[in-house]
Design a protein around this ligand. Structure first.
Ligand code: GTP
Ligand code: MG
Length: 448
């Protein structure tokens, strides 16, 4: 998909201005190109910061050049990093000058792709690089970093290695024409297969939570007009994003805001108050949008007004969300209560968007509804691609164990074990098709 023998260049720091900006060059000619850029006649000392001057004609700067000779670099090739002042104009001029000297502009993800190709990292780690860079909550960054360190890879390799041993034993039996399991008892084989399967189950158990951490979820804030939805939305977002007034029917459009809720990236959606019999077409459209947001959200926050008696509109909203993952809040807890929490079936959290009382309970309830303690357990599997492959490997193992139990000829057991191995090796990229690689790396930005 990429040519891999030439020298590539790109700006590695984000678009925009900063104290420094880094241009990265990787490939066989990296050092030679950097030498002519800086007019330096002696070779760069490996892994030392060298002060140099670049004059491209269009722009000039004092820079720091660091040379990482192959294979001890990010890509596994010769890499030169040039740190200049963080001006887009300057950085682009340096890239252009490197291109005039024979470098090619890197494609998105190409540095990381080369690292994968030169076996500096596996595919899980390459994906973790992207997740780490894209993380919006510390827990996401933590989960990505763990994968970058190879925790998931290790567990996959361990399962794969055990499968390999078992396959070898079963295949050895195949060389003997008489029937029967010669080098391993069928009972021992199925026991071993089930143990390996259990290790995959443990990975999968972390997966639904892991995905939430990685991908986040949507929480729609719904309730009747004037219940305090927008006030609550603002309090959760920590900013006065939504208009709040004492007039019922203030909010019409959907507003969204991404918030870190105990490590889970949650997109809160503020919606129009839902009520029967709205006549104004703008309000009616707002209500339709609110209902649509309510119906697609992963979680619903139902806001009731504690200071006013419950109405039919409240009951209709409670009824419409009764089978959903939801948290019911009794807002305006700072005012006198017009009803008691027991009046609503199920648990109701008293909160006040005004004083922020009960808000941390609400955050905890939202994090819990999505699956337990966030603080400690760092998930191993966060990526749906990995999850799918591990699940399929798990099914292949279940088939293999059943076949061994039934004393089916070894080749059938081996076929299922081979299938499981192929799937596991696709996770780490030992065996991966070009299409999969392409799909993964095209989602990187240039310079990564
Ligand atoms: N005392 C008190 N007042 C609140 C609280 N939350 C909201 N309010 C007031 O209730 C009124 C309505 O608040 P909004 O946040 O606009 O309510 P809403 O549910 O978004 O209303 P619509 O957008 O019209 O559906 C405003 O006057 C708020 O100041 C609260 O916790 N305590
Ligand atoms: Mg509102």
């Amino acid at each position: 998909m990429f040519s891999v023998d030439d020298t590539i260049v790109a700006i590695a720091t984000p678009v925009g201005r900063g104290g420094i900006g880094v241009v990265r060059i990787s490939g066989p000619d990296a050092a030679a190109i950097a030498a002519t850029l800086t007019n330096s006649d002696k070779p760069f000392e490996p892994r030392h910061a060298t002060l140099a001057r670049i004059d491209t004609g269009a722009a000039a700067d004092q820079v720091i050049v660091t040379f990482f000779p192959a294979p001890h670099s990010y890509t596994g090739e010769h890499v030169v990093e040039i740190s200049a002042h963080g001006s887009p104009v300057l950085l682009r001029a340096i890239v252009a000058a490197a291109m005039r000297r024979g470098a090619r502009l890197a494609e998105p993800g190409e540095f990381t792709f080369r690292a994968f190709l030169r076996e500096r990292i596996d595919l899980v780690q390459a994906e973790a690089v992207r997740d780490l860079v894209d993380a919006v909550t510390p827990l996401q960054a933590r989960a990505a970093y763990d994968q970058l360190e190879g925790t998931l890879t290790e567990r996959i390799h361990a399962a794969d290695a055990r499968l390999f041993d078992l396959t070898v034993k079963l295949e050895a039996s195949l060389d003997f024409p008489e029937e029967g399991y010669h080098f391993i008892e069928s009972g021992d084989a199925s026991r071993e297969i089930n143990e390996i399967g259990a290790s995959l189950d443990a990975l999968l158990a972390s997966a639904s939570r892991g995905r939430l951490v990685r991908e986040g979820l949507q929480a729609a804030i719904v309730g009747r007009p004037n219940a305090g939805k927008s006030s609550l939305f603002n309090a959760l977002a920590g900013a006065g994003r939504a208009i709040v007034t004492e007039i019922p029917g203030t909010t019409r459009d959907l507003l969204t805001e991404l918030v870190d809720v105990e490590g889970i990236p949650m997109t809160f959606v503020d919606t129009a108050g839902i009520r029967e019999g709205a006549a104004d077409p703008v309000e009616r459209e707002g209500i339709a949008r609110a209902e649509a947001a309510r119906d697609v959200a992963h979680v619903v926050v139902v806001v009731l007004d504690r200071s006013r008696a419950l109405t039919d509109d409240d009951r209709a909203i409670l009824d419409a969300t009764k089978d959903r993952a939801r948290v019911i809040v009794a807002n305006k807890a700072d005012l006198d209560s017009a009803w008691s929490l027991g009046d609503v079936g199920g648990s109701v959290l008293p909160v006040s968007a005004k004083t922020e009382e009960g808000l941390s309970d609400l955050r905890r309830a939202l994090a819990n509804i999505t699956g337990g303690d966030t603080a400690r357990d760092v998930p191993a599997v966060t990526n749906i691609r990995h999850m799918d492959l591990i699940e399929r490997a798990r099914s292949a193992l279940a088939r293999a164990a059943a076949a061994a139990d039934a004393r089916t000829p070894e080749e059938f057991v081996v076929a299922d074990l081979e299938e499981a191995r192929r799937l596991l090796e696709e996770v780490t990229g030992v065996r991966t098709t070009d299409d999969v690689l392409h799909a993964i790396f095209e989602r990187f930005c240039i310079g990564k």
